[in-house]
Design a protein around this ligand. Structure first.
Ligand code: WTA
Length: 669
């Protein structure tokens, strides 16, 4: 059948029985359907339109791609100077209706989720009909337990259909979900739950990863004593292990079964909060970023469709955990908004062997594979046969996220895994941005993709670089500076839960009128973008964002520690490793090895395993300026083995400290 896109109505654009031909670039095809009167053809022209007329652009996207209960009147009312944003004013919408009900109406038996459980070959497929039932049952259950619109529900769950259904159930009744990564410690759960006052916590008996069980309920139990806001705990049975249950703890599936599988959706204002997600910043306390309903959904669906050339019928395989923003936008919301089939990956890249990803690709016929460079760097150390023995012909697009992808990893992913015939898209974005902001696609189909760069701005995104003096960098040469975004976009976080001032100060004060990303950026003479790394004290360990101050706070709690400073250093697999400089109090006679063990254990307990320092150096002092500020630049250089290149140390109060630190470092290696 030949398809004349020009005659398509908007209604058919989301009639999910209709599949666009693969020869048509979805991104531009989609835009032509939304804006039939615009005679634009190139990426540059569409992009120009999107940033010069964001109201028309995003209004068109939101109207055509989402089902509104009450249409919005005005697409945007934003003030970048004040950090105030309102998208799709007075529009009413429900996220779960958009993710599920629309697709159930046209094709209830279509697969929504493929739960790729830890053991290969044990996957479970969930149709839209059954996702609808699960979601509504959970929504009714939450309502029965007195969860109201605007309440926060915390989730500490393994990647699973019930976790996805729980997120959507919250949205169905207007509750705000707060997913806590199921690798975080009891202390980390407690701080987050206390901050957001969650009324319900949903967890599982145990998680399963890489053939091992993880005691999730036990960890939750250690936190609950410090979480007085939590009235009820629901426990999903994942392994069936016996776990202690208090009177307000209930087995999730047992109660769900007693609920009706229909639940009237709450009609939400576009700006009502959809979820909270805690993320690390440069000070100790993680911040609860708040995402809106209408704006976030618009951006999640649009970027998922366009950045990956996603088409109905494709199997979308994002292997991120739902505890991170990548899981929110590209495991749950993006794929489901587009009526897609989304893979929920419970396992690890090396279980049972380093061929797991590609064996899964073959078995599930994955079309888009989206993962993190840290896993790629790990896998490329193994024999190529772990890739070659599996059929990867279903793959169309490969994606990378979370940290810079080095050229070696990019080439291995592109040439070996993708056989050089897939688009490999490096995608740069943040928990704050809600979705992808820089990525090679969408662009003209044949446009070049260069290794290791996210290259082009997403529609509606206008990256800008500033120099140290706060001037915008212009010109056609190589430019390096602080990366800011100029035009508001609907997916941006609206506030930090309970601390709007911190939100404004962090993101909108440094460069008035712009959103400050915290990252350094580079633009090359061709206009392609590249990320040069964080400009603050946030580091990226195995693709997980970590504030060095969070680790310092934990180390400082040890009674023998006088002071600690933590920095990142380049690590061949993890991206960055954690390096701690610890100054002990005088007269401490605890044995070094014992002390090391205690400090490591404290970080594991206080945050999570991934935050445990790779190196701990004991030193008698830290390099400080005369005004008492720690010179982290020096600590970073030493940790990175650049001790011959420390720069100017003349402003230090006691330059002798540096010699000691260098000597200790060399002994540690
Ligand atoms: C880093 C993850 C280079 C960056 C989606 C950003 C990247 C932080 C890339 C956000 C990339 C993410 N290239 N760096 N493609 N993607 N980052 O909030 O420093 O967990 O600010 O969101 O990860 O991490 P977050």
């Amino acid at each position: 059948m030949s398809i004349n896109k020009g005659t398509l109505t908007l209604a058919r654009y989301f009639d999910s029985r209709f599949v666009l031909s693969r020869s048509v670039s979805t991104a531009h095809g989609t835009l032509k359907q939304i804006f039939p009167d615009k005679k634009l053809t190139s990426h540059a022209d569409w992009h120009k339109f999107s940033v010069e007329q964001p109201e028309e652009f995003w209004g068109g996207v939101a109207r055509s791609s989402l089902k509104w209960m009450v249409p919005f009147q005005k697409a945007m009312n934003c003030d970048m100077k004040k950090g105030q944003f309102e998208w799709f004013q007075n529009g009413k919408i429900n996220a779960s209706v958009n993710c599920i009900d629309r697709h159930v109406e046209v094709d209830p038996e279509r697969i929504a989720l493929i739960w790729e459980k830890d053991e290969p070959g044990t996957e479970e497929k969930i149709t839209y009909r059954s996702l609808f039932q699960m979601t509504n049952q959970i929504a009714n259950l939450l309502r029965r337990h007195n969860v109201k619109k605007g309440d926060v529900v915390a989730l500490y769950m393994p990647v699973s259909p019930l976790a996805v259904a729980s997120m959507l159930a919250c949205s169905r009744i207007g509750a705000i979900h707060n997913v806590i990564f199921a690798g975080f410690s009891a202390d980390a759960i407690a701080t987050r739950v206390q901050d957001c006052n969650a009324v319900v916590l949903i967890t599982a008996d145990e998680g399963v990863r890489g053939g091992k069980t993880i005691p999730l309920k036990q960890t939750v139990d250690k936190a609950l004593g410090r979480c007085p806001s939590v009235k009820n705990v629901f426990v999903m049975r994942r392994t069936g292990a016996e776990v202690p249950m208090a009177t307000n703890h209930f087995y999730f599936q047992d109660l769900m079964e007693q609920e009706k599988s229909e639940c009237a959706p709450e009609s939400m204002q576009s700006e009502d909060s959809l979820f909270l997600l805690y993320t690390s910043g440069s000070t100790g306390k993680p911040k609860g970023l708040v995402h809106s309903t209408g704006g976030y959904l618009t951006y999640a669906g649009f970027t998922h469709k366009t950045a990956f050339n996603y088409q109905v019928g494709d199997i979308f395989g994002c292997v991120a955990d739902i505890g991170w923003v990548t899981g929110h936008t590209y495991v749950v919301y993006g794929p489901l908004l587009n009526g897609g089939a989304s893979v929920l990956f419970e396992s690890t890249p090396t279980y049972p062997d380093p061929g797991r990803y590609w064996e899964t690709v073959e078995r599930l016929k994955i079309s888009q594979f989206y993962g993190a460079p840290t896993a790629i760097r790990l896998l490329l150390r193994y024999e190529e046969s772990f890739v070659n023995k599996y059929d990867r012909s279903s793959l169309q697009t490969l994606g990378s996220v979370g940290e810079p992808i080095n050229v070696e990893a990019w080439e291995w992913f592109n040439d070996l895994v993708g056989e050089g015939r897939c688009d490999l898209v490096d995608t740069w974005w943040q928990s704050e941005t809600g979705g992808i902001c820089l990525t090679p696609r969408p662009s003209e189909e044949e446009a070049e993709i260069l290794p290791g760069k996210p290259m082009r701005p997403m529609f509606g995104i206008e990256p800008t670089l500033f120099d140290e003096k706060g001037n915008v960098l212009t010109g056609k040469g190589d430019l390096n500076g602080s990366l800011c975004l100029k035009t508001p976009w609907p997916g941006m976080a609206r506030t930090i839960f309970g601390d709007h001032e911190r939100y404004v100060n962090t993101y909108f004060k440094p460069y008035p009128g712009y959103f400050f990303t915290g990252d350094g950026g580079h633009r090359d003479p061709k206009g392609y973008w590249q990320i040069t790394g964080r400009m603050d004290d946030v580091i990226n360990v195995t693709g997980h964002r970590l504030g060095t101050a969070e680790v310092e706070d934990v180390l400082d709690e040890h009674h023998d520690v006088a002071e600690a400073a933590v920095v990142g250093f380049p690590h061949p697999i993890k991206g960055e490793g954690v390096y701690a400089y610890v100054v002990l109090k005088e007269h401490v006679d605890t044995e070094r090895e014992v002390m090391l063990g205690q400090l490591r254990e404290m970080v594991k307990k206080g945050i999570s395993g991934f935050a445990v320092p790779d190196h701990i150096q004991f030193c008698s002092g830290l390099p400080k300026t005369r005004s008492g500020k720690i010179m982290r630049r020096i600590l970073r250089q030493v940790a990175a083995n650049n001790q011959d290149n420390l720069g100017d140390i003349s402003t230090l109060a006691d330059p002798g400290v540096v010699d000691e630190i260098v000597k200790n470092h060399e002994e540690l290696q």
